[in-house]
Write a protein that binds this ligand. Structure first.
Ligand code: ATP
Ligand code: MG
Length: 462
């Protein structure tokens, strides 16, 4: 194997002062015990680009059992992929993984190997640092920071790609995506959150292999779907997923609505951008709220097309079941969040028309999903410029302590109808335009150009 590029301490910006003190303790103890001890993965990428890492993962040549012997507060977890968790005060966990390599073909389960099927199923073969670098997904995620020398070790060209602002797979993009199709979602997510470009090879490989995402386990796909929303870069990520055709494979109901010319899609992007803005400002938004934002365009569509814009409470509850249940089951979305999001979407309409003094409102404010409904109305108001006053009134009530913890299964049939005025009208009713990057009609839609123009402020373009 080639030699790595070594970037000495004087030539990179990573200082120990930026590394979590507990992660530093783990690095030093491994090092003093004679093991290699590297900061790996996202933390090195984030520190090199001046961002705050979410977590500080450690790579070492110590085996999980060796790690456990070194740390009293340590447990070894995982069956297929065993790694050590070192536990600290306040529930903090520092993850320590032994260097691994990509599995050999003979590690693939019998009867499942073959050119057509590269899907990795087992992933627990120990390896060298170089092998550990190249089994990672993208060059920007394959960098190491060595506690012995304070140098950055680059086996994969990651430093250069960070400078060039490129998301590039390590090795052949087609192969890497077929091994693990979730990497296609991650490519878009990293491009969106870092405001990097995917290399042409990555774009082409996604266009070619996007259908492979259906082979990935639903919980992993769902985690990827929720993660950018939870962390404040939902709008640019969903935009890229939609542009690349991935969203069409994962969540066709949503993608069809977003690609269509209806007003619902403009509102969706604005609500997502507002959700991101609030997350960026440190506001807490539950999964029920962020999923509510995702399902709202589908609900509006169902109300428009299936009841001509008019719904009573009974009908709305039925539509909600129809709209929310199939994707939730397919994607195995978290049940508690689904319950609250349905109730929240339902109640959002009531809040638009009621005022806190109304008798009908009195019971509502005690419901667990009340805060979900208020947040959804508030996001809707910020995105649409309507119902500001109602949203502000309820938010104010909530701040003064109007909500409580959820109670599942509450009966909503006594509720008043969903106000018609809430539902955006379709601007240009007509058939959906669907075009993907590898298909001829895509040129007309030109989603890439639109994205570039909005690049300075991702998620703002609607
Ligand atoms: P984040 O800030 O979102 O945590 P991250 O880069 O740390 O970003 P993780 O999902 O925490 O992302 O993964 C940690 C590291 O593990 C990645 O940086 C990458 O090196 C590697 N990795 C994660 N997922 C994959 C995958 N599907 N295939 C190959 N390597 C992966
Ligand atoms: Mg991470």
């Amino acid at each position: 194997m080639m030699e790595p590029r070594i970037i000495p301490r004087a030539e990179h910006p990573i200082s120990r002062g930026y590394i979590d003190p507990d992660a530093l303790k783990v690095l030093y103890r491994l090092h003093r015990a004679g093991y290699k001890a590297y900061l790996v993965g996202g933390s090195v990428r984030d520190l090199l680009t001046g961002r705050t890492p979410k977590d500080f993962d450690i790579g070492t040549d110590a085996r999980p059992q060796d790690v456990r012997r070194l740390f009293r507060n340590c447990r070894v977890i995982g069956r297929r992929f065993r790694l050590a968790h070192v536990l600290f005060d306040g529930g903090k966990i520092v993850e320590v993984s032994t260097f691994r390599r990509r599995p050999d073909p003979e590690d693939v389960e019998p009867g499942q190997a073959g050119d057509a099927d590269l899907l990795i199923r087992s992933d627990n073969t120990f390896g060298t640092p170089a092998e550990d670098a190249v089994r990672r997904d993208f060059t920007i995620n394959g960098l190491f920071y060595d506690i012995a020398t304070f140098a950055v070790i680059d086996w994969v060209g990651g430093v250069e790609d960070l400078e060039q602002r490129l998301v590039r797979t390590i090795g052949d993009a087609e192969i890497r995506f077929r091994e693990d199709p979730v990497r296609m979602m991650r490519a878009c997510e990293f491009a969106a959150r870092l405001q990097f470009e995917m290399t042409p090879a990555v774009r082409a490989a996604i266009a070619e292999n996007r259908r492979e995402i259906r082979k990935s386990a639903a919980p992993r796909v769902t985690e990827e779907l929720l993660d950018p929303l939870r962390r404040g870069w939902g709008a640019p990520t969903y935009r890229l997923w939609s542009e690349t055709g991935l969203l069409h494979e994962i969540f066709p109901e949503l993608d069809l609505e977003l690609r269509g010319p209806g007003a619902g899609s403009g509102l969706f992007w604005k609500m997502l951008a507002e959700t991101d803005r609030r997350r960026g400002g440190g506001e807490r938004l539950s999964d029920a709220i962020i999923l509510g934002v995702v399902f709202l365009p589908l609900l509006f569509r169902a109300i428009r097309t299936r009841s001509g814009g008019q719904v009573d409470a009974q009908k709305l509850l039925l539509l909600l079941e129809d709209v929310v249940n199939p994707p939730s089951a397919r994607l195995s979305l978290p049940n508690a969040a689904i319950h609250d999001l349905k109730q929240g979407l339902f109640t959002m309409g009531r809040l638009a028309e009621l005022r806190p003094g109304d008798p009908a409102a009195r019971r509502l404010v005690t419901k667990g999903y009340f805060p979900v409904a208020v947040s959804l109305l508030s996001l809707y108001a910020a995105a649409s410029g309507r119902y500001h006053e109602a949203a502000a009134t309820w938010e104010d009530l909530l701040k003064r302590g109007g909500g409580r913890t959820p109670r599942p299964g509450e009966d909503l049939r006594a509720a008043i109808p969903f106000p018609e005025a809430l539902i955006p009208h379709e601007v240009h009713p007509g058939p959906h335009e669907i075009g993907f990057p590898d298909e001829p009609q895509a040129a007309a839609a030109s989603p890439r150009r639109r994205r570039r123009r909005g690049r300075g402020r991702p998620g703002q373009a609607a």
